[in-house]
Write a protein that binds this ligand. Structure first.
Ligand SMILES: Nc1ncnc2c1ncn2[C@@H]1O[C@H](COP(=O)(O)OP(=O)(O)OP(=O)(O)O)[C@@H](O)[C@H]1O
Ligand SMILES: [Mg+2]
Length: 255
């Protein structure tokens, strides 16, 4: 079925938010179609995480409407947020156990999710402290995939990883999104990452005025070669005013 026929997975209309009286997001509009991956980019401190938290229902917006057409979401953050006392397998199984799933089904779900992110049986027996940063992030992604979400929020999940590992993780996400048909809001500072992973990129305004514009990325995630991606990103940065502030830094956060 075409995405348009099933309605959007996520729709934000005129969403505004303030912390301690200071407006950080004002009048944000954003729609994500079912199965669509939208990258959300913008300079540090412009309100990307805040908008994702509002979209996911973690915080209530001061104003505006949030409509969620998806059934179940998952969240992946920059830090894997694993339970240190539990093995990788038990970390992945944790939300399923909390949800009351029987042991046998849990085992199958965990094994399938782990396979999607290329974790093997030996990895699953290890504790977080015994895993590399990239492996821990795989466990965090497997934990999300195991609940079979139809929507995933990614908040800069690969920022702390080196370039080669980042690419590998991006490829895993692209493949998982396609295989499991989940839609996603993928926050990143890295335009190249946005262009690889997403169908569309939305840019947040540097002054917290919401989404200042959106651009479709030609082609499909996973099917664009490096040359194409390089051309798209270069054109965005060189010729497109929308991306003018993308590498700005909010000095208030560095004080
Ligand atoms: N709980 C909070 N209380 C007060 N101010 C906050 C809170 N969370 C975020 N802020 C402020 O709101 C603004 C937007 O923060 P947010 O974390 O949404 O930005 P961001 O775009 O995700 O930044 P980054 O790219 O650095 O993660 C920032 O100025 C931040 O300092
Ligand atoms: Mg953030």
């Amino acid at each position: 079925m075409a995405a348009a026929e099933v309605g959007p997975s996520l729709s934000l209309r005129g969403v505004s938010h303030a912390y301690l009286g200071r407006t950080v997001v004002d009048g944000a509009n954003l729609t994500v179609a079912a199965g669509e991956v939208v990258a959300l980019v913008g300079p540090s401190g412009c309100g990307k995480s805040t908008l994702a938290h509002i979209a996911a229902g973690v915080i209530a917006p001061l104003r505006g409407r949030v409509e969620r057409g998806y059934r179940r979401h998952g969240m992946v953050f920059q830090e894997p947020r694993l339970l240190p006392w539990a093995t990788a397998r038990h970390n992945i199984a944790y939300p399923l156990r909390i949800g009351g799933m029987k042991r046998g089904e849990r085992h199958e779900r965990v094994t399938a999710a782990a396979a999607r992110v290329a974790l093997d049986a030996a990895d699953l027996g290890k504790y977080p402290v015994e895993l590399s940063g990239g492996m821990r992030q795989r466990v965090a992604i497997a934990r999300v995939l195991a609940v079979e979400p139809d929507f995933v929020y990614f908040d800069e999940p690969f920022t702390a990883l080196d370039v080669a590992l980042k690419r590998r993780m991006q490829d895993l996400v692209i493949a998982a999104a396609r295989a499991a048909h989940f839609g996603a809001l993928f926050i990143t500072h890295d335009l190249m990452e946005a262009a690889r992973i997403a169908h569309r990129v939305a840019v947040m305004d540097v002054h917290g005025r919401g989404i200042s514009g959106e651009r479709a990325i030609p082609g499909q995630p996973g099917q664009r070669d490096d040359g194409e991606l390089f051309r798209v990103v270069t054109a965005f940065l060189r010729d497109d005013d929308l991306f003018r502030h993308i590498h700005d830094v909010d000095e208030r956060r560095l004080a």
